[in-house]
Design a binder for this molecule. Sequence first.
Ligand code: GCW
Length: 692
Amino acid sequence: QGEDGYLAWLPYRRQETKEGLERCKAYRQIVVAAAAEDGGAVIQSAAAELARGLESLSGLSAAVVNEGEVPESGAYIQLALFSSPAAGMDRLFPAAVRTEIGPEGFTMQTEADTGRIVIAAAAPAGLLYGAFHLLRLFAAGQSVDGLNIQENPVNPLRMINHWDNMDGSIERGYAGKSIFFENNRFKADKQRIRDYARLLASVGINAVSINNVNVHKQETLLITEEFLPDVAEVAAIFREYAVKLFLSVNYAAPVEMGELPTADPLDPAVQAWWQRRTQDVYAAIPDFGGYVVKADSENRPGPFTYGRDHADGANMLAEGLEPYGGIVIWRCFVYNCKQDWRDRKTDRARAAYDHFKPLDGRFKDNVILQVKNGPIDFQVREPISPLLGAMPSTHQVLELQITQEYTGQQRHLCYLVPQWREILDFDTHLKGNGSTVKRIASGELHGSRLAGIAAVSNIGDDANWTGHRLAQANLYGYGRLTWNPELTSSAIAEEWIRLTFGNGSEKLIRTVQQMLLDSWGIYESYTAPLGVGFMVNPDHHYGPNVEGYEYSMWGTYHFADWQGIGVDRTKATGTGYTGQYAGPNFERYESLETCPDELLLFFHHVPYTHKLHSGKTVIQHIYDTHFDGAEQAERLAAQWEALAGSMDEGLHRQVAERLAEQAEHAKEWRDRINTYFYRRCGIADEQGRTIY
Ligand code: GCW
């Protein structure tokens, strides 16, 4: 049952208990009560998923039947749109319930006398999400008696961004090659894309961009007649699973394709060019999502070349998309990547806010700004970007990174859901207490029409999608959390484990859950102390290199000298970055007394002897966390070892190998970091452990 990991969390393992098995056996007929017109394909996917899942869970055949063939007696599952005249709909779902269900939500009830389970929704996507929800209950061995569920996704946009190139490579990909492209074309075999669409839909993802935000020569042509037929084919696959397709576009496309001398957004010829191209795109894909744009960022072209700003640039594209209901997702990852390391005034952390905040109110209504969770770049620990929520008149989405660029590259275990929970729970105080990032992401805080979360994918064509088998938990968790940011990290972990490994061994479930929950903290402790980032090897970003970026142009410094370390970003004496935060957060970060330990060196430059709230000095904290982190990485491997025999051998070995590598590599991190700082400051470890 999918031990190679291809089925990920959808293997629907045969139920282990008699009770669980009986339950699945009872529900092997799926009745669709909905008009076949629009959304028919999505409803068919929902029904087919239920049949496939129950067949696998029960070991008996299951079937989708027409309304006319409704079984006379016995339990069955019914999928019904509110608009359908199916039996008992008004009684089960009175108006008061229906009004609570949004366009992608669903409601579900088990009828007491018959055992019939009815999933109902306003639109097809809701039925699909309801189907996967019900399958999760069956697979987890839970009772389905007396169900009375109402669910709506909290975030309107729940998106995955791919950084796939058409040559088949994936920027920051750690799980093989692209499932979309090879040899500068689309892959002929689309089966894998369909299987991927299932995975995404099963956790509620509703949008995907398939090509890298760094749009190179070949990818620039994705919006042309050369590739639109292929794009349309892929869009059609995703459409069956209610996932909208987006493309990343090259801001300088009219120039790079040799069609215009300029890409100036205020030039009417440029505007007309994009309108025409966009018209072509919609002719091929009527429900196309829109464009994702990385402009004026890391050497990519953009409106700055023409003396225009980002509002000019984004609005020009938005105009072309507007007649079709398309949107522009404009990234805010804009900073000076040609900084002189000697220049202590320029602070990369400030850049996004400095560039975009003044433009609030100038963007068209179909533009969304995409803001990375931290002000620098997906480090294991960063403060929350102060730009999030700071533009009340502008739509925003939060950008997260599922691919583990800076968190172990899927060779180390790092379950990121706890980090994302922290981000979402962060109180910006922008509109008083409780102005959390999750309320900004959902659009609720500022009443935004467009809002949500996007994240960089961690999958490739490795048999198990994510390289490290346990890294599947991050993709799963991202979807679930984006659907409902109130779900806890531990509940999501348990769901994923039960779906992936089955319910057979309580020991396995608890062990893997604990490993996942501990892993982010462990990774942080042997890599980046107290909010310092970028102590990694340049370019590929894997492995320790304390000064790898210290004298570079990328603006990512820690300023360690013989006396101290950290970046003074205070208003009083530093770069003034703290001033971008609202009142209470500004005060908390500005003052050494109140700045939380884990972010201390992000905000302050302090002597190695500075005492933390924990009571330790900075240098002793560095030593302790690194010794401890390496030990804990070893413990992870040992915990996994104890599970040998409780799962397929090949699967066990695959993860064991990665954990062994992690434990070894954690020692390298420990010794490099500890030795570097010991040599810098000459202060001995209080416990006299070996430092080189
Ligand atoms: O994290 C950095 C990566 C780049 C990436 C960039 C971005 C796609 O190192 O590889 O480019 O961010 O987010 O645009």
